[in-house]
Design a protein around this ligand. Structure first.
Ligand code: CP3
Length: 342
């Protein structure tokens, strides 16, 4: 059993950092593209055999130290009653987004065992197939990031309509955020019950707020989720761009914090204090550099984070056009690292 990730999240000493990559199951892998050509996106998520097969691909092909469930954060809005489509080259589309209080009648806090049982079934199957080789990470989107899609109806660089919704209809926004929070708590508890060893909360759009507004519209809900699950499984918060709130996130009781490449490792450590594990923060685009540069930069990153309480990862999801050999070079360089040389 490779328990490097679990040990590191507990703050135990290891000989090297564990490594995995956000969005490690995906389009940069030819083996994924074969299944992508045959089955629709949500069909891949909703069929436990397919989700299981895709989850295992990066474990077998790249040799990462953790598996992450193949699914999507948008299965939660679907379970709450909204239609979600994934349209090639356009990304996610929600044809009937939430715009006002009248639309709230279309969303509900569902019984996750009725609506998301396929995820729990996939987790059970993955755990059986993994047979203890590496731990399994479950995940959910942060309430704010889910609200972004539920209100905007599609991807955006600014999520201006979602932010406008929060500023013009704050009571409705808070009601929706609380419904998403309640759903997410039962969803993550179900994932842990089914076998997820760790859970990560993805707040991809947390960095769109000032620190004060981040607390109001995002962190107070993430905190509720962390409190509800932290004694059941170690929890990692990844709030992209929310570096000014690292100190506040470190106080939630989370075991780990994901950080992006816009903050230097040493600064992140100063903000977070010594009592939490940090995860990140390689610029995903740096995987386009020549392999010798990747190796040098990975070693520098590990050295800058210092020995212990550190999980090597990218600062956001791997990009679809990264060469497989470059992803492998990233992972291999971490696996060859030895803290005793520091
Ligand atoms: O990390 C993993 O390997 C697990 C799988 C995973 C997916 N989505 C699969 C996926 C995870 C953890 C996610 C989370 C997710 N989904 C986030 C948060 C993390 C982040 O990247 O910021 C967000 C914002 C989404 C919403 C989403 N799903 C978008 C914006 C897109 C389209 C953009 C894209 O990358 O294609 C998706 C689709 C999606 N989710 C794909 C995969 C593998 C691509 C589907 C395909 O074309 O095959």
């Amino acid at each position: 059993m490779n328990d490097l990730l679990l040990k590191t999240l507990k703050g135990e000493v290891t000989s090297r950092p564990p490594v995995w990559m956000m969005r490690q199951a995906g389009r940069y892998l030819p083996e994924y593209m074969v299944l992508r050509a045959k089955y629709g996106f949500f069909e891949r998520c909703q069929t436990p055999e397919l989700a299981c097969q895709i989850t295992l691909q990066p474990v077998d092909i790249i040799g990462v130290d953790a598996a992450i469930l193949f699914s999507d954060i948008l299965v939660v809005p679907q379970a709450m009653g909204l239609e979600v489509l994934l349209i090639e080259s356009q990304g996610p589309i929600l044809p009937n987004p939430i715009k006002s209080i009248a639309d709230m009648s279309r969303v509900r806090v569902p019984d996750v065992h009725e609506t998301l049982q396929y995820v729990f079934d996939a987790i059970k199957m993955i755990k059986k197939e993994l047979n203890g080789r590496v731990p399994l990470i479950g995940f959910a989107g942060a309430p704010w990031t889910l609200l972004c899609y539920m209100v905007q109806g599609k991807g955006s660089k600014t999520f201006d309509e979602a932010k406008s919704f929060c500023y013009t209809q704050p009571e409705v926004a808070h009601h929706l955020l609380q419904m998403i929070t309640d759903t997410t708590i039962s969803y993550l508890k179900g994932q842990i019950e089914a076998g997820a060893d760790v859970v990560q909360i993805f707040d991809s759009w947390g960095g769109l707020w000032s620190p004060v507004d981040f607390e109001e519209f995002s962190l107070q809900y993430i905190r509720q989720i962390v409190h509800a699950v932290k004694d059941l499984a170690p929890t990692i918060i990844f709030a992209k761009g929310a570096w000014a709130s690292i100190g506040a996130m470190a106080e939630t009781g989370a075991a780990g914090l994901g950080i992006d490449w816009c903050i230097p490792p040493k600064t992140a450590r100063e903000f977070a204090g010594d009592n939490i594990t940090l995860q990140g923060n390689f610029d995903p685009a740096k995987l386009y550099a020549p392999v010798d540069v990747i190796k040098r930069e990975v070693k520098k990153m590990i050295t800058d984070f210092g020995p212990g309480r550190y999980i090597a990862n990218l600062g956001h999801g791997i990009l679809p056009t990264v060469p497989v050999d470059s992803a492998r070079a990233f992972v291999d360089t971490v696996k060859e690292f030895d803290y005793s040389t520091l």
